[in-house]
Design a protein around this ligand. Structure first.
Ligand code: WTA
Length: 631
């Protein structure tokens, strides 16, 4: 663990070193991994194309760095502790050796069912260890996994299957969430009616509810692995071969497949995991994210397992059977590092401190936050009531596209400041630029957050559409990666993320494009036009506010609103359901026909005191009408 930073002066030294000579810095970190062949060059890059390569021509398999590397020393150590949704069901503790065997067995099963290197495999599964096994087995055979969060609808699933032309889907019969059991396989069946590329579906039996199995296509997981050997020689991958695709929302209607590759992602996730959380051998680490999001990829599965850590996977929800569930789990396993989202913190904060009272929480050393800005009140509550005032709060800023944590305190090493992500990790070079792309140097500045030098975990392309990657991230400001976030650097040089500056909302830490929700709303036959904006929401951070022009003939407003909400549920999934839908007579537009979202955002956030000059609008009168009936 020579790459671990232990002191503030150590951080300053490492940071300087990483900026002065990034290649030397990352080569040293990468040296501690197992490569089948070493690299010829550390980094080659051109942000205009964009074309970024890390550890050129190196060969490796990321799973060898999880298994072969740890088996002698950590074979009997728990790799995954799985806590079921129902606290009365037995948990599962899976050692490194067992996880290795399960991965190999499943790798063989996938191979026998026609999947090989480079093929895309969709994983649409609940939070069970087999979801991690599925990821690792793909990586072992060189297949590219693309996880779709199991809360997405069949339409959203079908779009992703089609976009990456997946050959196989890995799924389960159902999913236990709180008091409910949710069908999963049935959603896959529906999705597959709209796709043509999937040849095989492997189904893990979790809830034992009845599902239809299509003969020739669908196979039970337990049948697929029976008789499969527990050995599989890892495929040799090029450092820049794809490891996975993960779809994320942007400012257009269609989610894009963010592509991560093998070598750089491996180096970056392990390095950031060990440093930010100050993980020490023997610690028990728990991240509450879902594997369907990047946080689950990098900080439930890859980062912790590469570091030989014990990582907890929790199937359930924070409020089942009661609002003390998180705290019960922390005490049960003596969790040392706990990583969750502000939306969960705020939701639990709303229950008061009573649900926390029965628990000690004294094993905690570090508590973390990710996914959205954490407001000061939630930060303090988390720090005092969960961290008992003694655990550093690591407010980690990063994105699906960055692969791993970029700006964050290093627990106990660098300072924290409520609602600030604070300082960049070594190897990360953030800049703040103005609207013209001019770098704002010095402190006490505010603007657009960009990164001016490549880092190993960064996005390489958007699947099947490289130009989209270029347009979205590398064209707004020349020669830089643009994050889409606004940020301020305060008088001490600490970064505070101010939220998205584009048309992307952040709902309970989940990214959702306004255009994506609008497209879904517009599918309702009575909808003529819609405009969606985010608004401040006490628990979710942001809520979704939809302004909709409808053909009202013969219809009641309440009915229509309910139907529109259901349409969105069906097309995207429950996370995209608007919190508020207002039927409006028109939308404020410029003379060139562009919807003035600025005005709609103000109305949605009840900030109608100063609407600015609206006289140049095509239809200023509509603003009054909208304000009058605002929800
Ligand atoms: C936001 C999640 C403030 C930000 C890892 C970013 C944050 C988007 C923070 C990425 C944070 C994430 N403070 N905002 N600590 N972390 N964000 O791709 O707007 O799901 O651009 O990745 O979440 O969301 P994504």
């Amino acid at each position: 663990m020579s790459d671990r930073i232990h002191t503030l002066s150590g951080y300053i030294h490492e940071y300087q070193r990483s900026v002065n000579d990034p290649e030397e810095f990352w080569a040293r970190i990468a040296d501690s991994f197992h490569w089948q062949k070493r690299w010829d060059k550390v980094v080659e890059w051109d942000f205009d194309k964009p074309d970024v390569k890390w550890f050129t021509n190196a060969k490796l398999n990321i799973t060898e760095n999880i298994f072969e590397r740890h088996l002698y020393t950590l074979g009997d150590k728990p790799a995954i502790i799985w806590e079921p949704n129902d606290p009365n069901e037995e948990n599962r503790i899976i050692t490194y050796k067992e996880l290795y065997q399960m991965t190999n067995q499943f790798a063989n099963a996938m191979k026998s069912n026609g999947v090989g290197k480079g093929d895309r495999v969709i994983i649409y599964m609940p939070m069970i260890p087999e979801a991690a096994v599925a990821m690792l087995a793909c990586a072992r055979i060189g297949a590219v996994h693309s996880i779709v969060f199991a809360g997405f609808s069949s339409t959203a699933l079908a779009d992703r299957i089609n976009d990456c032309t997946a050959k196989m889907v890995l799924t389960s019969d159902g999913n236990f969430r709180g008091a409910k059991s949710i069908p999963v396989k049935a959603v896959v069946d529906e999705a597959l009616e709209k796709t043509t590329t999937v040849e095989k579906v492997i189904v893990y039996q979790r809830t034992k509810e009845e599902v239809t199995m299509k003969s020739g296509r669908d196979i039970w997981w337990h049948d697929a692995i029976s008789d499969q050997p527990e050995e599989y020689k890892a495929e040799v991958m090029d450092t820049e071969d794809m490891l996975f695709v993960l779809y994320t929302s942007g400012s257009t209607g269609k989610p894009k497949g963010v592509v991560h590759t093998c070598g750089g992602y491996m180096v970056f996730t392990k390095y950031t995991f060990e440093n930010v959380f100050q993980y020490s051998p023997g610690d028990i680490y728990w991240c509450t994210a879902d594997v369907g999001w990047i946080t689950g990829h990098s900080y439930i599965v890859y980062g912790p397992l590469l570091a030989g850590a014990t990582t907890i996977m929790f199937e359930g929800v924070p409020t089942f059977p009661d609002a003390g569930r998180f705290w019960a789990i922390i005490d049960k396993y003596k969790v040392n590092q706990f990583y969750t989202a502000p939306t969960a913190i705020r939701a639990l904060q709303a229950y008061g401190t009573e649900p926390i009272a029965p628990y000690k929480l004294d094993s905690l050393k570090v508590i973390g936050s990710v996914g959205e800005p954490i407001n000061e009140e939630a930060w303090h509550w988390y720090h005092s009531h969960i961290g008992k005032g003694k655990c550093p709060v690591v407010d980690t800023w990063w994105q699906t596209e960055t692969g791993g944590i970029m700006i964050s305190p290093i627990a106990g090493v660098t300072p924290t400041k409520p609602s600030y992500a604070t300082l960049p990790l070594p190897g990360v070079q953030p800049v703040i630029v103005d609207a013209e792309g001019k770098e704002l140097k010095g402190n006490s500045v505010e603007g657009n957050l960009c990164i001016k030098y490549p880092w190993p975990g960064m996005i390489r392309t958007t699947y099947g559409d490289h130009d989209r990657c270029k347009q979205t991230y590398f064209s707004t400001f020349k020669g830089m990666y643009f994050t889409g976030d606004g940020a301020k650097r305060d008088e001490d040089g600490y970064y505070r993320i101010l939220g998205r500056v584009d048309d992307v909302m952040n709902i309970s830490g989940h990214r959702m494009g306004t255009a994506e929700v609008e497209n879904a709303i517009n599918e309702h036959p009575k909808v003529i036009e819609s405009a969606v904006v985010g608004f401040p929401h006490d628990i979710k951070g942001q809520g979704i506010y939809a302004y909709v022009i409808c053909d009202m003939e013969g219809r009641s407003e309440d009915n229509l609103i309910g139907e529109i909400r259901e349409t969105v549920n069906k097309i995207i999934g429950p996370i995209a359901k608007p919190d508020k839908i207002q039927i409006v007579p028109g939308l404020p537009k410029t003379r060139s026909g562009k919807i003035m979202r600025r005005i709609l955002r103000k109305i949605a956030s009840k900030d109608t005191g100063n609407m600015g000059d609206i006289s140049t609008l095509l239809n200023p009168e509509v603003v009054e009408a909208i304000i009058k009936n605002a929800k």
